[in-house]
Structure formats: structure tokens, C-alpha cells
Design a protein around this ligand. Sequence first.
Ligand SMILES: [Zn+2]
Length: 436
Amino acid sequence: VVVNGLRRLVRAAPTAREPVVNTGAEPRWLSRGAWRLLADAGPTGRGRGLVSFESTRGDELAVTVDDSGNVHAPFDFDAVFEAYVSERWVARSDNKRLSPALLDFFYRVKRVVPRGAQLSARRLLIRRQGLPDFPRWPIDGSVESLVRLYLYCLIVANGTIEHPFDWFWPGGALAAVTLSHDVETAEGLAMVVKLADLEEELGFRSSFNLGAWYEPDPGVVRELESRGFEIGCHALRHDRSLFESRSSFEAAQAELQRFAARIGAVGFRSPATHRVYEWLGELPFSYDGTIPHSDPYEPQPGGCCSLWPFFIGDLVELPYTLPQDHTLFTLLRERSSSRWIDAAARIEQAHGLIHCVSHPDPGYLGDPDKAAHYRQFLIALRERPLWHALPRDVAAWWRRRDAGEGVEQATATGGDTLEELELRPPMSAVQAGFPA
Ligand SMILES: [Zn+2]
């Protein structure tokens, strides 16, 4: 796995003065307000404290600036970023989760326990466990904070008031939105056109991920494609068999490739978001949308904490950044789309990717009340200065941006403190009348 790192995400203009990094041997948690980070933290460097963190060992660590203007950080920015996006932090957290043995048990009993009883059991579990402190749900600001800290360090280290970096989105858009669906059943497949109609009426297109455990109706596939929708892949079987073992993962590749070619898919989402980070990069796809931004409600809870795509090897990961429809409307029994709308507004403020995962099936958006919530959500989004893109187009853009093609420069403008730092979008955004 290629370490992709924070620097690759930010793509700040090259500078003579990068922060000097002091690392240690043992990973530990640091915090600053609500922000948590896992770092192989070294000692605090010389000079005046700029930004301080509390360590779980009870001491304080700080980013400092010395008399010659060098900035010292007690951790490596790329390594901290990697600990988030690889979900390596999970092994170092005491968040409650199911063991692999319990997960297997869950899938065995799932077939015989009625759906209503399953839901009641999961609701009870949620009430008993509560939400973890980290990652914050539905939106966690950790990677955003790390981006801002890095840019702040560059400004201080270079003794300037601003520093250029590559803007996240094309055409001066302040943020991006992409919609994707997993089609769970043949019944759901029969309902995709209705959902596509709703989206098209409101000016949206989306991607439908199909599974190989039902017949992917070629008529539906053709119609969706001709109307500008995308077809993605939702694996061969709806269980954790793909990621169960290395041998099962390898054995599935050829068939996965054949199925993807048959339906014209370049993107993938794993069933029930089962995943092994290191293997995702080997999938025969251009992008994957399996890793949550923050999702404590899935059988494999976790989160990469990023509001932006990132690379796993040569694959572009498009983390899903909103709660799933099933979580909001079935598990938590919410009766409006306000949670989606608020979270999307928060992502827009951070200039991230709003990535909504939902399902056309009965029990999901196939139900009229849930489809009405989705409609309300799309109406709210329609008013915003967002780049609307299919997942495959977001992935293609992320590759172009990484290669430096078609990128516009933005500026981080410093204040006296980290909290005063501002991210100014490129001129094209200002010309389009988007407020920063
Ligand atoms: Zn699914």
C-alpha cells in the first residue's frame, strides 16, 4: 500500500520550510478540544508554543516555533493522516465492536431471525453502547483540523501571511456532491427507475451498485446509462465472504472482474461495508466507496474521518460521508431529512465531498415516506453551489487533480492563531459569486 499522506491531499505549493518533525516509538492519543489524533508522538520541540495537545499520558505536547522561525511538530503529518484513513486507530480504541466470530454468528442467525426482532436488538445495542467520542457522528472534523494545522505551520514556518494549495474541486465549486445506491434485491432493482426519475426531475444523476445474486436486468442497465446514470458493482454475494480471508478475496477477483465488465462498472461498494483496508487497493476497480467517514452503526463500525477522497494504492477511495438511509429512517426512526441537510451543510463549509449512500429497495427509499425525505434532501442540496458529479467522475477528477491537471490554486490565509486560519477558494469561485 502506497502511503498517500496528508501532503498528497493538500498539495500545498512547495516550500523551503516544512515543519520539523519529532516522532516517538509508541502510538498514543492526543486531543485538542473535540479533535482526537493517534500519533507516534515525539517530544515537544524548541521555542514558543503555537498549538497544544493533551496526551493520554497526562502530559502536554505542542507545535512550537523557535527563534530562527523553524516550526517543530511532535508528530508526522502524513503518518497521522494514514492512521485515520486506514482506520488503524480502531485497534487502539476501546469503541465497542463485534468480533469476527460474532459477525459470522450474526450472518448465520440473520437468515432465521425475523427482521423486526433483528432491528429491536440493534436498537437496544445502540442505546446501551451510546455513541463513541471518536469519530464524531455524523461528521468528524479530525482530518479537516489536520489539513488546517499543516497549512498554518507552513505559513508560520515561511514567515508569510498566506500559502497556496490546490483547490479541492473543479470550476471553483465550494464543495462536491455525489449520490450512490446499493441495490440489495431483485425487488429493489425493479424500483431503481422510479428513484432515477425522482433524481432526474430535481437535476441529479447517481450511481446504482448492482449485485450478482440477482439477474442484472439488461434493459434497466441500458436505460440508466442512456439517461446519464452510472452502474457500479455491489459484489458477488451479500455477505462478508469477499473479505473473510485472503484466499477467498483472491479467489473472487476473476469473477468480480467478469461481473463488473458485464454491467459496465468501474466502481465498487462492499456488502454491509465489510473491508480490509490493505486489500481494497487491489480491487479491479477505479474507485471504491466502502469506507465510511464516520459510521458507528454498521456491522464493521469505524471511519476514515476524511471529507475528501484519498488513494489506496492506485484506487481512489470515495468515503461515504452521510449516514445511510437505513441508519436514519429505520434504525433511528427519524422522521425528516434534517440530519442529512445539516451534515451536508457542515461538509460544504469544510469544502468536502457530500457522498450519500441509499437503497432503492422496499424498507429503504422504496417506501414512500423515506422517498419523501430523500426528495426534501435533494431539494435542499439543489440550492447550494456544489459540483454535482457521478462517483466515477469524482474519482476521475481526483486522479487529474493528483496529476496537477486543471487545478486552480487556493490560499490559506493565516491569523495569529490556528482557529483564525481561513481557506480562500480560487478566483473562479469568487467570480462565480460564491462567498468563501
Ligand atoms: Zn448492500
